[in-house]
Design a binder for this molecule. Structure first.
Ligand code: NAG
Ligand code: NAG
Ligand code: NAG
Ligand code: NAG
Ligand code: NAG
Ligand code: NAG
Ligand code: NAG
Length: 437
């Protein structure tokens, strides 16, 4: 598949060599470690009550903004919702394709049933929140429970990508249904031996702890941030938020050159270079939900990264530093002497990464980003908007539908009301009364 890389046997030896390094997650291997276990890093948490729920990509206030934008018929929400609600993955009649107990990603890839079902679980969760239609509640939660009680193992060299991409989207669906929909995992019991949370902890999170390089590593970091919130796991959160800020191979500064915004994958191909921007933006979104402003780190480095990639993909020249490249570039034929023209341009397979940057920096913060803005307009002209044309070979790399899920009506602070959590009154009783649109 598109994102796969060949991992040589030497890497296995490297993992073993580091297995004795004691990270903050006692005894588990830390590839880029040892990482200092710290509560001193900005954004660190000190108790499970510090977590905000729902608090992965969408807080309660974020979800309310979507719902009210649609019911008020405010743009871009209203038009985006017309297309979103018409999408095949948003239907409560969606036919579940799994579950299976074992999947594989790598040379043996056989996970499309999971990709499709995860997307349907997420889109039905958003549909339920906006419409309050029970049938969407049912569709999302039956998919969560079906896979949550069945999937027990994942094989292949790219297991980290499957759990970091599909697994993260699935966790986002679960977080909404649990905290807003009062969904209880079907096998959750005092024994605690089965169910979606167990899968998240034992299969997804543990796999993600071994962090690779550049965009690949960023996928694990952003997924760990989500998994940590879902599980209220303080050490996992502090581990991941430290990596985001201090892992010089996979964190923000391993992916983007301070100042220029050049990606460490710019010389590899534009799919990976742009994809990495989206994963860092999604990681930052989870940190924002938890009250930490990661978007402004490095003097808005992620904004500079978006401008750099958009400038190049719009057909312009960019300054290029061949000495800024990904760790272990040798794995993927690097380092590289110039920006790669592979998958360059404004196309129907351009990763869905520009809406999240556009709404966060240009609309919400009122900052100037002429290339990102132009990129978004050209992509919207070409595809109708993120998500409207499914990128079939990388369906769950990014959620898409940015005009609905990432948008803000205008600039402002949009602080979360943290009272609307378990300590507050966010839980909604499902009902068939719904919302008239
Ligand atoms: C929707 O309408 C409500 C009530 O008039 C208003 O408070 C809210 O700001 C509006 N929100 C959006 C996103 O249009
Ligand atoms: C809804 O989907 C159908 C086909 O699936 C398409 O013909 C129609 O244009 C779509 N409508 C909107 C509003 O996107
Ligand atoms: C996927 O491949 C693995 C490894 O070959 C196998 O064990 C598993 O049963 C397969 N799963 C599906 C859904 O085909
Ligand atoms: C939920 O969906 C399942 C599977 O389609 C169905 O068997 C069940 O009756 C539905 N439950 C409700 C309350 O609609
Ligand atoms: C998008 O399409 C509209 C209508 O065809 C056109 O006026 C506009 O210049 C296009 N914008 C971009 C950025 O291509
Ligand atoms: C949250 O709750 C606290 C204590 O009840 C209250 O003082 C505060 O004003 C509330 N914040 C908001 C935004 O409602
Ligand atoms: C949530 O669900 C549980 C059972 O699953 C039920 O006992 C409880 O009353 C529900 N709470 C709300 C607010 O719907």
């Amino acid at each position: 598949m598109f994102w796969s890389i060949r991992r040589p046997v030497a890497l296995i030896a490297l993992i073993t060599a580091f297995a004795n390094a004691t990270g903050p997650l006692y005894g588990l291997p830390v590839l880029n470690g040892p990482v200092i276990g710290t509560t001193q890093v900005p954004g660190a948490k000190s108790g499970p009550g510090d977590f905000i729920h729902p608090g992965l990509w969408h807080t309660h206030d974020d979800l309310e903004r979507m719902r009210l934008g649609v019911s008020n018929q405010t743009e871009p929400y209203y038009t985006a919702f017309q297309a979103f609600s018409n999408d095949s993955y948003s239907q409560s009649s969606y036919q579940i394709q799994g579950p299976y107990s074992v999947l594989c990603r790598g040379q043996c890839s056989n996970y499309t049933s999971f990709s499709n079902d995860v997307r349907a679980a997420y889109q039905n969760a958003i549909m339920w929140y906006i419409t309050r239609d029970d049938d969407h509640w049912n569709r999302s939660t039956t998919i969560l429970d079906a896979w949550g009680t069945s999937l027990s193992d994942i094989h292949g060299t790219d297991t980290s990508l499957l759990v970091g991409l599909e697994g993260d989207l699935f966790a986002n669906a679960g977080e909404i249904m649990r905290w807003e929909g009062n969904w209880t995992e079907s096998t959750a019991a005092a024994g605690g031996s089965a169910g979606f949370s167990n899968q998240l902890y034992w299969l997804f999170a543990r796999q993600s702890i071994i962090v690779g390089q550049a965009n690949y590593g960023m996928i694990s970091i952003k997924a760990l941030l989500s998994f940590a919130v879902y599980l209220d796991d303080i050490s996992m959160w502090n581990y991941a938020i430290n990596l985001y800020q201090n892992d010089l191979c996979a964190g923000l500064y391993g992916n983007l050159q301070p100042g220029s915004g050049q990606s460490s994958e710019t010389g590899r191909d534009q799919g990976h270079a742009q994809g990495g921007l989206g994963w860092a933006a999604e990681a930052s979104r989870v940190m924002q939900s938890q009250g930490f402003d990661a978007y402004s780190l490095g003097n808005n480095l992620l904004l500079a990264g978006g401008e750099y990639a958009a400038q190049y993909n719009l057909g312009n020249d960019v300054p290029y530093d061949p000495k800024f490249y990904r760790c272990e570039a040798i794995l993927v034929n690097g380092p590289w002497s110039e920006p790669s023209p592979i998958s360059r341009g404004v196309t129907t397979t351009t990763p869905y990464v520009y809406d999240i940057l556009y709404y966060q920096y240009v609309v919400k913060r009122g900052l100037s980003a002429p290339y990102i803005t132009q990129m978004k307009q050209q992509l919207d002209n070409l595809t109708g908007g993120e998500g409207h044309t499914h990128i079939t070979n990388s369906l769950d790399d990014h959620p898409g539908w940015g005009d609905l899920i990432w948008s803000y009506p205008s600039s402002g602070q949009y602080a979360n009301n943290n009272n609307q959590t378990i300590w507050g009154a966010a839980k909604k009783v499902k009902s068939r009364t719904g919302l008239s649109l």
